[in-house]
Design a protein around this ligand. Structure first.
Ligand SMILES: Cc1cc2nc3c(=O)[nH]c(=O)nc-3n(C[C@H](O)[C@H](O)[C@H](O)COP(=O)(O)O)c2cc1C
Length: 419
């Protein structure tokens, strides 16, 4: 049988050196590999080393015009898939806007098989709205993202931005090539065989101008605790992550089970939910994100200047993600979160019914205050929480007061038992 050919695009990131070993792994897994280096990649890796490993010529911008092939993008026609390894912010931007001003960009536009992107960059670069816009665009164009993952970065800092592990990228290549020859317009989130959960987490930000936003103190701790509890139980998780301050560390052995998409504001979160539920059959969803109910009617593109003694801000309602998921009836087990300070069980039950949830997980702010005797202890940023699971009818289940990690274990245990 003829081997499937993979075009391995390597970009100018510190992680480029990892492509030496990765290209060898691809060959060992039975693929034919052709390496394409960007100009910046040549600062980090040598074509001669790839030639020695693979025994084949390496493509680069240096000899693009001198190449004797019939067309300048023939390599794209011969490949069954393209992998962008250590994708830089610059390459993501180039691909998202269709720039063909280098060999990798022109080749990408000509590939018709799946395109897998494994980004690598500093956290701040990855989380920047412009990078995230490019990622969203590329997902819409059918590219599949693998990572980046959280952990130690080349700079010595910790955070999200680390290149996914070789095994993970290989696994996704195998699954993708087995599943289909070419990737239709999708979000790269087709359901994998494992049971699949959707988790929204963090605080949305509604920008008034480039420097100011409306938000809330949600840290994302509870959301990350739930994600980790699900991963430990072998679930596949798609996380839609708004702004978080908690550490997003996921043990490396679970990288392959987790896909994270970043969002900024409530309406983008709702739009992304709408897309992912069409493309993926989720078995359950935990909506932990603290979503703003209102957003400015007119956000300014420039910083608002001080004028006069005051200003008033016109706000409009945002889209309600939980109601949207409930109304879709596509998720058999939908768990909404509510933070209540009074009549908490009955308020949570009302919310459960109104939004079409299976359960509402209730953070009872007042209960936490009363038990601790503290002036005001918010569940938002704390390591602890006080939780009940409230169904539309019948008895609420008291999960007690505990560390969020432990409560997440109990919560997932309870919910998964019912799925
Ligand atoms: C030492 C060094 C390390 C870099 N590492 C990264 C990186 O990990 N990710 C990234 O997006 N850019 C990184 N850059 C910046 C890119 O090399 C630069 O944006 C380049 O234009 C990318 O070109 P390419 O995408 O065509 O490979 C780094 C730059 C330097 C000087």
């Amino acid at each position: 049988m003829q081997k499937k050919k993979i075009l391995l695009g390597v970009c100018g990131s510190v992680s480029a050196y990892k492509a030496y070993n990765f290209s060898r792994q691809l060959v060992k897994s039975g693929y034919e590999v052709e390496v394409l280096l960007t100009r910046a990649a040549l600062n980090f890796v040598r074509p001669e080393t790839f030639q020695a490993i693979l025994g084949s010529k390496v493509l680069s911008d240096e000899e693009w015009y001198a190449d004797t092939k019939e067309s300048h993008v023939d390599d794209a026609y011969e490949a069954q898939a393209m992998v962008i390894f250590g994708a830089t912010a610059a390459t993501l931007s180039r691909m998202a806007s269709g720039h063909s001003d280098n060999r990798l960009g022109a080749t990408y536009l000509s590939v018709r098989g799946p395109v897998l992107i494994a980004p690598a960059m500093e956290s701040r670069m990855w989380k920047h709205p412009s990078t995230q816009r490019n990622v969203t665009q590329l997902r819409d164009d059918g590219c599949l993202f693998v990572g980046p993952i959280s952990g130690d970065l080349a700079s010595g800092r910790k955070g999200v931005g680390r290149l996914a592990r070789d095994e993970t990228i290989l696994k996704v290549i195998r699954t993708t090539l087995k599943a289909r020859q070419s990737l239709p317009k999708s979000h790269g989130l087709k359901s994998l065989p494992e049971r699949h959960a959707l988790v929204t987490l963090g605080a949305t930000r509604e920008y008034l101008d480039p420097a100011r936003f409306l938000s809330n103190p949600s840290s994302g701790k509870m959301g990350f605790a739930i994600i980790n509890a699900l991963l430990r139980k072998g679930w596949y998780v798609t996380a839609l992550c708004a702004h978080t301050t908690a550490e997003a560390l996921v043990p490396e052995e679970h990288d392959a089970q987790l896909r994270t998409l970043y969002v900024q504001d409530a309406d983008t979160l709702a739009a992304l939910c709408e897309q992912v539920i069409v493309e993926t059959q989720f078995d359950l969803a935990f909506c932990v994100a603290a979503v703003s109910d209102f957003t400015p009617v007119n956000a300014s593109t420039e910083k608002i200047k001080k004028k006069g003694e005051g200003m008033s801000l016109a706000l409009k309602r945002t889209r309600d993600t939980l109601s949207l998921l409930g109304a879709s009836q596509r998720i058999p087990n939908l768990i909404g979160f509510a933070a209540e300070s009074e009549n908490y069980i009955s308020n949570a039950r009302r919310k459960c019914i109104a939004k079409g949830c299976t359960w509402v997980a209730l953070n009872a702010i007042a209960a936490l205050e009363n038990e601790s005797g503290d002036e005001h202890e918010s569940a938002f940023e704390s390591d602890e929480n006080r939780l009940w699971l409230v169904p539309p009818q019948g008895q609420a289940i008291d999960l007690g007061r505990d560390l969020k990690k432990k409560l997440a274990e109990r919560l997932v245990e309870r919910v998964v038992r019912k799925t």
